[in-house]
Design a protein around this ligand. Structure first.
Ligand code: PHE
Ligand code: FE
Length: 290
């Protein structure tokens, strides 16, 4: 009998554009975990990491939220691709999370199962120098630099675990499209208010040189307060900058607003057409960046 793993490998072997998925999907455990083999990274790869790190970290002050900046600094990984085991040892003591190495994109069931068990999957390979500015699949720089620092924040760490559990539930309820939009507009592209002004907490922005600057310019895109159901109705752009960014007051709001049972929301949303990425609904107010 074919395993679901074999199924996945077959479907991803050829993506729609004919390109193959990047990672090496041999030598995995049942839940797509591989060895990071840290010693095998080349000096060129570490040098590219340093370059990416340097470029991003210069853009962070005044743009990234302070929780992210503080955790990133404490991680002390400016010098090269980090060893996941070393990070996990510290992270586990702080919030009970660990990171696990994966070959790249993994099936939803495995992804949600990892999150629900406080394991964050991080891709092992690094982009090539030619892809420094743009890449289609997430690599170790996006996954680690973008996502790992906020796993040190207790509320955010709890939220991601709840998201994982919610994902497993959404698989049974047919709510995956809706939940994926929430993930996209919060965990990947979310903005947060702070006493000093609007800041970024979304990993997709934090690991991107250009969007980190773009997303805070109110003249270019729309900033609206996060409303979970509205967000889950909204389509997103995956091959350009976002047209709308959803803003939270703080991580507690994100946790609290996503805590209710989504079952009735999924049912309501399914009855309506999804909203275009640039929608502004009646009564919605665009937030102006201070
Ligand atoms: N509350 C959601 C549900 O009942 C689960 C969830 C939690 C989703 C946190 C996203 C984030 O399905
Ligand atoms: Fe990501």
């Amino acid at each position: 009998m074919k395993t679901s793993q074999a199924d996945f490998l077959e479907t991803i072997a050829k993506k729609s554009d004919g390109a193959e998925l990047r990672g090496d999907y041999t030598n995995m455990t049942a839940n797509y975990v591989v060895n990071q083999n840290w010693a095998n990274y080349t000096e060129e790869e570490h040098a590219l990491w340093r370059k990416l790190y340097q470029r991003q970290s210069e853009l962070l002050p005044g743009r990234a939220c302070k929780e992210f900046i503080e955790s990133l600094n404490a991680l002390d990984v400016s010098g090269g691709i980090p060893d996941f085991e070393a990070t996990s040892a510290v992270l586990e003591k702080t919030t009970g999370w660990r990171i696990v190495a994966v070959p790249g994109l993994i099936p939803e069931l495995d992804f949600f199962t990892h999150l629900a068990n406080r394991r964050f999957p991080v891709t092992v390979w690094l982009r090539t120098p030619e892809e420094a500015d743009y890449l289609v699949e997430p690599d170790v720089f996006h996954d680690y630099f973008g996502h790992v620092p906020l796993l040190f924040n207790p509320i955010f760490a709890n939220h991601i675990q709840e998201y994982g559990k919610g994902g497993l539930k959404a698989m049974d309820l047919g709510g995956l499209d809706e939940l994926a939009r929430l993930y996209w507009y919060t965990i990947e592209f979310g903005l947060i208010q702070s006493p000093e002004g609007l800041r970024v907490y979304g990993a997709g922005i934090l690991s991107s040189g250009s969007e980190l600057v773009y997303c805070l310019q109110p003249s270019k895109s729309r900033h609206i307060a996060l409303d979970v159901e509205r967000c889950m109705r909204t389509l997103y752009k995956f091959d350009s900058f976002q047209e709308t960014y959803f803003v939270i007051r703080d991580f507690q709001q994100l946790f609290d607003d996503t805590a209710p049972d989504f079952t009735p929301m999924y049912e309501r949303i399914k009855k309506q057409a999804p909203l275009p990425a640039n929608s502004l609904l009646k009564g919605e107010v665009e937030l102006l960046c201070p």
